[in-house]
Structure formats: structure tokens, C-alpha cells
Design a protein around this ligand. Structure first.
Ligand code: ADP
Ligand code: NI
Length: 241
């Protein structure tokens, strides 16, 4: 790695800090910064081009589609243009944009494929930050930002949603745990991330058990919800396909 290229990571971290000022608290600089750290940790165990991994981790949520009216091209293109504007080689800027374009979750019934080792590492790093106490806080921050209900007992999680339905879904925040967050542990693309996810996955299950008990105050949670939670306990969640 040349000194010039190394400087791209440093200046990019400053750029991302500025770009994400005032962002929804679950997708702000602190999220990008944690994903950056997770990505470096995973890269040391799993390998891959470290510089591409660091740049993609830093830039992955700048102009994310969720905050751009569903436009999935804006983020990767913004990353590419930023890097090229810094004199970074075109082919490597394109490689960073391709990693970013590949990392969004594609729904409970969507496809999971590692496009490259670098993609696997950055996607897993992003997903590690969707779990545990931080994952819970981020989900409710996101739900609050978009005015979602926490839970509607009448609206069941939709486990068969493909990519389009998932991206358009406005389901309550608790449903998001069943539709995405509890599925992530078993969908990690690297062995290191799968191991790291075990504890934070279990913590979310504990949280949901407590949440449902408190939500239905003085009553038992409806059997459909209790049943759903039971299905996610145990070693492996049920397959959605
Ligand atoms: P991805 O693009 O793969 O979904 P991000 O890092 O951009 O990954 O953001 C994912 C995070 O955003 C989730 O982990 C969650 O915290 C929050 N989020 C996304 N959709 C929802 C939703 N429908 N309800 C609650 N939180 C959500
Ligand atoms: Ni992210």
C-alpha cells in the first residue's frame, strides 16, 4: 500500500463524518465507525484487500437507499465519485462501489451470495452492528425516524418477503427482528462473524421475550407471538424458504 493510498482512508473517514452529520442515529457516523472497526477485525482473520474493505465500510451508508426514496444506485455512485475526486484509481473506486452495491439486505426470502471476499467481510461487519444492544437501539431509532409503530399484535411478521416487498415494507419495528435481525446470525458469510454473532443474537431473543411480556401487560402474549418466539429459540431459526 502506498502512502498516497493510505491517505485516502484517512480523508474518507473525515468525509463520511461530515456527510453523516444529522443522520438518523442508527445510520450515523458512529455506525460507520463501528462497521469500519468490525471490518478491520474480520479482515485480519479472513483476509481480502484491506484498503477496499476499509473504504467500503466507511462509505457504505452514505446516501443509502433507505434515506434516498429507494434509490439503490445513489450510494455506490456517490462513493465512486468521491474516491475518483480524491485521485483514487478508477478501477479501485469502481471495486469499492461494487462492494457497497452488494451489501444491502434483500429480505427474509431474498438471496444471500458472497460476491467477493471483500464483500463478505464488509457485509458481515455491517450486520454485526445490526445485532445485540446496539442492534435493538438502531431498530427503534429507525422505527421512530419513520414513525413506525413498535408492535401491532394484528400484523404478523412476513417471512416470505422477497427483495422488492422487503424494501417497500413499512412493518412495525418488532416485526423487523423476525424479518431480518434474527436471521442474520445464520446468514453471515464468514465463519468469524458467525461466531461473533452468537451472543448478540441470544441477547436480542432475551430482549424480545421481555418486550412481549411487558407489551401485553397483565395478559399473556397472543399464542401466535409466543409461538413465533419459540421458533427462533434453539440453535437455528427455521428456514424461510
Ligand atoms: P441494510 O441496508 O442491509 O438493511 P443498514 O446498515 O443500512 O443495512 O441498516 C440496517 C439497519 O437499519 C437495521 O439493522 C435496523 O437497525 C435498521 N432498519 C432497517 N429497516 C428497518 C425496519 N423496517 N425497522 C426497524 N429498523 C430497521
Ligand atoms: Ni450500515
Amino acid at each position: 500500500m502506498t502512502i498516497g493510498q493510505h491517505a485516502t482512508v484517512a480523508i474518507t473517514s473525515e468525509h463520511v463524518r461530515q456527510q453523516l452529520q444529522g443522520a438518523e442515529p442508527g445510520h450515523d457516523w458512529w455506525h460507520a465507525s463501528r462497521v469500519w472497526k468490525h471490518a478491520i477485525f474480520l479482515q485480519k482473520r479472513e483476509g481480502g484487500d484491506r484498503e477496499l474493505i476499509e473504504l467500503a465500510a466507511l462509505l457504505h451508508d452514505v446516501r443509502d437507499y433507505k434515506f434516498e426514496d429507494g434509490d439503490t444506485a445513489a450510494g455506490p455512485e456517490a462513493a465512486r465519485l468521491w474516491l475518483v475526486s480524491q485521485g483514487y484509481p478508477e478501477d479501485r473506486a469502481k471495486a469499492v462501489a461494487e462492494i457497497i452495491a452488494a451489501i444491502n439486505f434483500r429480505g427474509p426470502a431474498g438471496e444471500e451470495l458472497a460476491k467477493s471476499l471483500e464483500h463478505a467481510v464488509v457485509q458481515d461487519a455491517d450486520r454485526l452492528d445490526a445485532l445485540g444492544a446496539i442492534g435493538i437501539a438502531r431498530a427503534f431509532s429507525y422505527g421512530g425516524h419513520f414513525g413506525r409503530e413498535m408492535l401491532d399484535p394484528e400484523i404478523a411478521p412476513k417471512l416470505t418477503m422477497g427483495t422488492d416487498a422487503y424494501r417497500k415494507s413499512r412493518s412495525p419495528t418488532v416485526n423487523h427482528f423476525f424479518e431480518k435481525l434474527l436471521l442474520l446470525r445464520d446468514r453471515m458469510l464468514t465463519e468469524t462473524a458467525r461466531e461473533l454473532a452468537a451472543e448478540t443474537h441470544n441477547f436480542m431473543l432475551q430482549f424480545l421475550t421481555q418486550f412481549l411480556a411487558e407489551f401485553f401487560a397483565e395478559e399473556e402474549p397472543p399464542e401466535s407471538w409466543a409461538q413465533l418466539l419459540r421458533e427462533y429459540h434453539g440453535d437455528s431459526h427455521r428456514q424461510s424458504r
